[in-house]
Design a protein around this ligand. Structure first.
Ligand code: ACO
Length: 436
């Protein structure tokens, strides 16, 4: 770069000098919380170089107004509101509205939103037959993603019912019915239909646990615990499943297709599937005699293939504020329900041992949202293989909000990363008779 050019450099631009002598001035984007990004949009066209960032730990894929988090300080806010306040005061339904539409609903908006949720709670009767086709061993996440994708067959563009607001309400409402029906199918009980008079969480619990032969009254402690867990999971900016939803949406796939893909991304044990794996791990430790040190040592041994599930996070390097809220709630919920779960004691001991161990301290590995959530789900009667489905129910407003944000951004482009090819350079085709 010449001296003149350097002098003309805009004060907020960065300059990249390349080994081949080229240089390029790159704009710096500043977020509303003073986060900084270097805009490399012209890098390849002007220099022939791309950036390399496997796992995208240093890559911003979009500018978003939905969720802010600061992993160093342990801050999480939806549309500016701290997660601690929402957890203490909000309902899941108003949190969903907040995330999708950008503000807390007033009374009229909330009533309309609730009306739409009630109105769309039932499934098309034909869809009930789909459940019969899954094997008894099918994981509920496989069923959920298939059923959500199937919704496009009933409410997609082709059906003339492709209204974004209606689809958002349909999906939030129907996913709850789909989740409860898949559980009922797995235990061979009749489906219980939704009931308009109940709150979102109470309605779900009734569809899960009521049977036609008995009255069912959801326990308010359980309703509140579920409400809390769903709020805490409602959005988490560009995590693996949300990035998947945005990637699929960038090809202009429907909301249903994009969310179905998000559900599948969430399923993995390194992401939402960790909540199931945490309980399985704690059970394993308990069955093995409760020797926590043995498992902590195993997690430190790279050859063991074992990790402490529910520990570590790509962005939280101090503490996960959701985990703090859930840990406090855990004691209260179990206490109110009169449940003593030896797994909770084990979890606390494991946390203490890990947090005073140099390996975990040096790597800034703390309990994440999934470490204690499974203990509450277990206490309120949710079966272990449904834990990740519960995560999906909670995360849905985030996926919908992010889908809408992308679709409404006139500047969005189809997601299409590049690569550095490290394979065979050009060779000729060899006829089969001449191959070694
Ligand atoms: N147990 C033991 N060691 C761990 C753990 C763990 N749970 N997590 C990370 N480490 C170690 C890694 O081995 C690595 O060590 P090294 O530097 O000596 O090689 C270091 O800590 C950094 O780990 P990475 O895997 O590079 O971190 P990354 O940001 O890629 O992964 C992840 C984050 C996937 C969450 C990871 O911490 C993990 O596997 N945790 C367990 C699964 C889990 O709880 N997932 C839920 C996350 S929250 C959510 O998605 C809702």
């Amino acid at each position: 770069m010449s001296q003149n050019a350097a002098r003309e450099l805009k004060s907020n631009n960065a300059v990249l000098y390349l080994p081949d002598g080229q240089s390029i001035e790159l704009p710096v984007i500043t977020g509303s919380e003073n986060e900084k990004a270097i805009d490399i949009g012209k890098l390849r066209s002007q220099t022939g170089h791309i950036t390399m960032d496997p796992g995208y730990g240093n890559t911003g894929s979009c500018q978003s107004e939905i969720t802010f988090l600061d992993g160093e300080k342990g801050i999480l806010r939806y549309r500016g509101i701290p997660i601690e306040q929402l957890a203490a005061k909000a309902t899941f339904v108003e949190t969903a509205y907040l995330i999708i539409y950008g503000h807390l609903p007033n009374q009229k908006e909330l009533e309309l939103f609730r009306y739409n949720l009630n109105h769309h709670a039932m499934l098309h009767e034909d869809m009930k037959h789909f459940f019969a086709s899954f094997s008894g061993q099918a994981h509920p996440m496989a069923i959920l993603s298939a059923m959500v994708a199937s919704l496009s067959g009933y409410y997609g563009e082709e059906s003339g019912m492709d209204d974004p607001d209606m689809n958002a309400a349909r999906l939030i409402s129907k996913i709850r019915t789909l989740a409860a029906f898949s559980y009922k199918k797995s235990i061979g009980q009749p489906f219980i239909y939704p009931q308009d008079s109940l709150s979102y969480c109470a309605n779900f619990l009734r569809m899960m646990f009521a049977v036609p032969t008995r009255d069912y009254e959801p326990d308010p402690v359980v309703v509140d615990a579920l409400n809390l867990l769903l709020i805490l999971h409602a959005d988490h900016e560009q995590n693996c499943s949300t990035a998947t939803v945005r990637t699929v949406a960038s090809s202009h796939a429907s909301l249903y297709a994009s969310v179905a893909a998000g559900i599948l991304a969430l399923w993995g044990p390194l992401h939402g599937g960790a909540n199931q794996k945490v309980i399985e791990m704690l059970e394993r430790i308990r069955m093995d005699g409760g020797n926590i040190k043995k498992f902590v040592d195993m997690a430190k041994d790279k050859d063991s293939g074992f990790r402490l599930m529910g520990f570590g996070h790509r962005v939280y390097k101090n503490f996960d504020p959701r985990a703090t809220v859930i840990k406090n709630a855990c004691d209260k919920v179990l206490d109110k329900l009169g449940i003593e779960d030896p797994i909770l004691d084990l979890a606390k001991q494991l946390e203490d041992v890990a947090l005073s161990d140099d390996y975990f301290v040096e790597r800034k590995l703390y309990p994440n949202v999934d470490f204690y959530s499974g203990i509450i789900y277990r206490a309120i009667g949710i079966p272990v293989n449904m834990f990740t489905v519960m995560f999906a129910l909670g995360r849905l407003p985030g996926w919908i909000g992010q889908w809408r944000e992308l679709m409404e951004d006139p500047g969005h482009r189809i997601t299409r990363p590049r690569q550095i090819y490290q394979g065979q350079t050009a060779v000729d085709y060899i006829p089969i008779e001449k191959r070694a």
